[in-house]
Design a protein. Structure first.
Length: 195
């Protein structure tokens, strides 16, 4: 009798665990635009390092904390939202030498796969659209922290990532190699669990 009860209890537990796993799914987090930045840098003629930034952009992360490989991310921002710190430089970047951008041109990234590489690290592969060209890129990502936000009182997550792009891959290679074709990119984002 005890054996039958134990077997029944184990079967119930296995069924419950299987059902819970079957219904577990990534949860939607939306980017906190006020605390999300993308900073890029490039070598200028060997004399200096130039910097630029995107901030205030939109996006979402479908975050599976138990199985991060099942997560996904997508972000987008107008090319014209780029910050350079000097109006003349911004105007040149938006000229036909580089972007020739208008308000409808966007930079976007949509993940296509995530390879977990450690307890808090992963390689995120995705499609980057920049200057009207879409290419695959890989982000080396780190989960900074997950937990309740001390002021907002809701689940929050922070991530950082790096990658290197070649300007010429996106038809932005003007003046290379004098201005480096390689552009280093650093991302730091916060995201809040969607209501």
């Amino acid at each position: 009798m005890k054996t039958a009860l134990l077997a029944a209890a184990m079967a119930t537990a296995v069924t419950a665990a299987t059902t819970t796993a079957a219904f577990a799914a990534p949860e939607k987090y939306v980017l906190d635009a006020s605390h999300s930045q993308i900073v890029f840098s490039y070598n200028h003629l060997g004399f200096s390092t130039g910097y630029g930034m995107f901030s205030g952009f939109e996006g979402e992360i479908m975050f599976d904390q138990e199985d991060p490989a099942k997560s996904s991310v997508s972000v987008s921002m107008p090319e014209s939202s780029m910050l350079t710190g000097w109006q003349a430089r911004f105007d040149h970047f938006m000229s036909p030498d580089f972007f020739g951008a208008n308000d409808e041109d966007v930079v976007s990234f949509s993940s296509t796969g995530i390879e977990v590489t450690g307890d808090t690290t992963a390689r995120i592969t995705g499609d980057l659209t920049l200057n009207g060209v879409t290419k695959p890129v890989v982000l080396d990502a780190v989960l900074n922290q997950v937990g309740d936000h001390p002021m907002a009182g809701k689940p929050w997550a922070g991530f950082s990532a790096t990658t290197t792009l070649m300007r010429s891959d996106f038809n932005l290679g003007k003046f290379a190699p004098y201005i480096s074709d390689e552009v280093a990119v650093e991302l730091s984002v916060e995201a809040m669990k969607a209501e």
